[in-house]
Design a protein around this ligand. Structure first.
Ligand code: 4AD
Ligand code: MG
Length: 431
């Protein structure tokens, strides 16, 4: 009977066959311990000369690192460890033996070597664990939104207009239509969709020709944008914090084995509960000046500033109501102070940095038209967007979560490049 490694607990004392790869091997001659992986988990197969034929012993000997195989055996519980199950091997069928030695060995490899071999590196246990956490987060996002009245709307990737700063646009020549851009965010299209469906989210690849070489920037990353009609600034932040809490709880519920492989201390994750701290941008600048940052009013927060603002905090921190001058054209002016906008960034603890950017959107036709023009974005590309303020305009808000930032946060890993299967960065588009 074929079985998955993750289900071995329900097959104790039965003989099953698992189909996968041998990622490591110990022993020789009389006994072999095969480390086996099948995609669902990892287990050990014990091959003992006193229990099997010489053909099976020969097969065990032939298996080299990353050979694929079908291994049959009786499932036993580990004598000492709880929740660990092994296979007392009775038969081995070799599927494929690599003709060359597997390039990734137990010894330490540099990041460039591993990235060059990303197609193979993905098989290692930490990378396996990260991709499973990523999948868990994706599903949590879908579940959270569906439980809260949002539907998924797919927004286009080829777009005639910019959403975020024009400096990070990837350009493409599009037949006779001239230059189009790879989407930086589906937000503007979601704003159109919610006038039909009320609440919507998208989830897809987005692109930034970002010159930043940091541990938090990719040029291609997956963003979840959410948008809701009749939701204003405060409620927008509540939706965000509830979503982040939902995601973290889901990972703690379903991904403990993965987090263990990643050696993630889960105590800080357990403390992520609503409400999150809220600081206005002005308050944040005051705190930063008191704590010795050289940031000036009107500047964006640096990495160190974000660290200072979340220092000692158990929960992520909202920095809201930023100066209009440094934020995109679509954000709604603060009625109490036209120099500010009703927006927020959400900064994660433990050096996670910005996880989310969101805002209430300008819903006044004339104001938005002048913001578009001030930005130098004239032309008819924004007419459709302005139309949304012409026919039944409503207050509305939304936000964008960077999936890889969230994966990095939950997994507690240093560099964002490990959070996506095939990272694209300034100097890397291969493999
Ligand atoms: O803050 P951003 O630029 O906001 C927007 O694009 C809005 N239009 C979203 C919206 O309101 N619907 O990007 C949103 C998030 C950031 O908070 C960050 O998590 C992630 O996307 N992000 C990146 N992640 C990886 N690499 C990059 N270069 C990123 N740029 C933004
Ligand atoms: Mg942002």
């Amino acid at each position: 009977m074929n079985a998955l490694i993750k289900d071995l607990a329900s097959h104790v004392d039965q003989e099953v066959t698992i189909r996968g790869w041998m990622y490591n091997k110990r022993g020789s001659g009389k006994i072999y311990f095969l480390q086996l992986r099948d995609g669902s988990g990892m287990t050990q197969g014990v091959v003992s000369a006193s229990e099997v034929s010489s053909e099976v012993m020969d097969a065990a000997e032939k298996l080299s690192i990353e050979s694929s195989c079908k291994v049959t055996g009786k499932v036993t519980k580990h004598p000492k460890l709880d929740d660990v199950f092994e296979l007392q091997v009775t038969d081995i069928e070799i599927v494929h033996i690599p003709p060359e030695e597997y390039p990734i060995s137990k010894k330490e490899h540099g990041p460039e070597f591993l990235l060059d071999n990303r197609h193979l590196w993905l098989r290692s246990s930490k990378q396996w664990a990260i991709q499973r956490v990523r999948d868990c987060i994706i599903q949590a996002v879908y579940d959270y939104f569906h439980e809260n009245g949002f539907i998924k709307i797919d927004t286009p990737i080829l777009t005639p207009n910019a959403c975020e700063g024009a400096t990070t646009l990837f350009e493409i020549e599009y037949f006779d239509e001239g230059t189009v851009f790879l989407s930086q965010s589906g937000q503007l299209y979601l704003e159109a969709a919610i006038m039909s469906v009320g609440r919507a989210f998208d989830f897809g690849p987005t692109f930034r020709a970002e010159k930043s070489k940091t541990r938090r920037h990719l040029t291609e990353f997956w963003m979840m944008d959410a948008e809701a009609a009749f939701v204003e600034h405060e409620e927008n932040m509540e939706i965000q914090e509830n979503m982040v809490v939902f995601i973290v709880e889901r990972c703690l519920e379903r991904c403990l084995p993965e987090l263990k492989i990643l050696e993630r201390d889960i105590e800080p994750l357990k403390k992520i509960k609503a409400p999150f701290t809220r600081l206005t941008y002005n308050e944040a600048i005051k705190v930063l000046s008191e704590k010795g940052s050289d940031i000036k009013h009107g500047e964006d927060l640096g990495n160190d500033d974000e660290g200072i603002l979340t220092e000692g905090s158990d929960v992520p921190v909202f920095i809201h109501k930023w100066p209009k001058a440094i934020k995109p054209f679509y954000m709604k002016e603060d009625p109490q102070n036209p120099e500010l906008v009703l927006n927020n960034d959400l900064i994660g603890t433990e050096g996670a940095g910005e996880l989310i950017g969101g805002s209430q959107r300008e819903d006044d036709y004339d104001k938005l038209k002048s913001f578009v023009e001030e930005e130098g974005l004239t032309g008819d590309e924004y007419m459709w967007y302005l139309d949304l303020r012409k026919y039944g305009s409503v207050p509305h808000s939304g936000f964008g979560l960077g999936l890889e930032r969230m994966v990095r946060y939950v997994c507690g890993i240093q560099h964002i490049r490990e959070t996506i299967p095939f990272p694209r960065m300034i100097s890397r588009v291969k493999p």
